[in-house]
Design a binder for this molecule. Structure first.
Ligand SMILES: [Zn+2]
Length: 229
């Protein structure tokens, strides 16, 4: 079942390690097959080095295992909540990558300080509100997905393909599992450079709107000039 997608999700999980986005077994990647409504996700607690495509777990949108011998990632219900909330995304990555997590722990979104940010994200990367006690004690993983969706009520998730979850870490996504990895890599880099920017220039200085627009529209929308397509 979904053999090609399992291979891609396995590759994406391994690439979290090669991009230095995870330590130990933290972090996970998934993808959805929109036709069948099935999600392929990393198994819980398995090392990235030894992981094989057959270890990937297939779940339905209720979180029930449709195929696989291992338990799915403990974050599976957050992934499912995001696939339900964001109809156009095809892949999700969760990490505790260092600089992005530092912003999340500070409860701050990442201001748009440069064109690297504007190439991928149309505006600041948002940080969710903290989960309430009852949201943590009852349905924590589902509620994590819900506070992310709440932060995106007036935003297009494909124009801002990542979020910081307060006190926790990163969820990043894209139209494909490969794009989700790319969003997570970019997010960590802009988290790092934004941090350094603020150490050099207290308070930072946002990029002017006209420069954001120039960079974002080179890669998105109808007038793209980036790449070979
Ligand atoms: Zn986590």
């Amino acid at each position: 079942m979904l053999e090609e997608l399992k291979q891609r999700v396995c590759d994406q999980n391994k690439s979290l390690l090669s991009h230095n986005l995870v330590l130990l077994t933290w972090g996970n990647a998934s993808a959805i097959d929109r036709e069948s409504g099935l999600v392929v996700i990393k198994p819980s607690g398995i090392s990235y080095e030894s992981m094989r495509p057959d270890d990937m777990v297939v779940v339905d949108l209720n979180g029930e295992v449709a195929e696989g011998n291992l338990r799915p990632s403990s974050d599976v219900m957050t992934h499912i909540e995001l696939y339900k909330a964001f109809a156009d995304i095809g892949g999700i990555v969760h990490t505790h990558s260092t600089f992005a997590t530092a912003w999340a722990q500070a409860g701050r979104g990442i201001p748009i300080y440069g064109t690297t940010h504007a190439d991928v994200f149309r505006e600041n990367v948002p940080c969710t509100r903290a989960l309430k006690k009852k949201e943590v004690e009852n349905g924590y993983e589902v509620n994590t997905g819900k506070v992310i969706a709440e932060a995106f009520r007036k935003k297009n998730p494909l124009e801002i393909p990542a979020v910081l979850v307060k006190n926790h870490g990163v969820f990043a996504w894209g139209a494909t599992p490969e794009e989700a990895i790319s969003s997570a890599v970019t997010l960590e880099q802009i988290a790092k450079t934004a941090y350094l920017t603020e150490t050099l220039l207290k308070g930072g200085e946002p990029v002017p709107d006209y420069l954001i627009k120039k960079h974002f529209t080179r890669k998105h929308g109808n007038d793209t000039t980036y790449g070979q397509d």
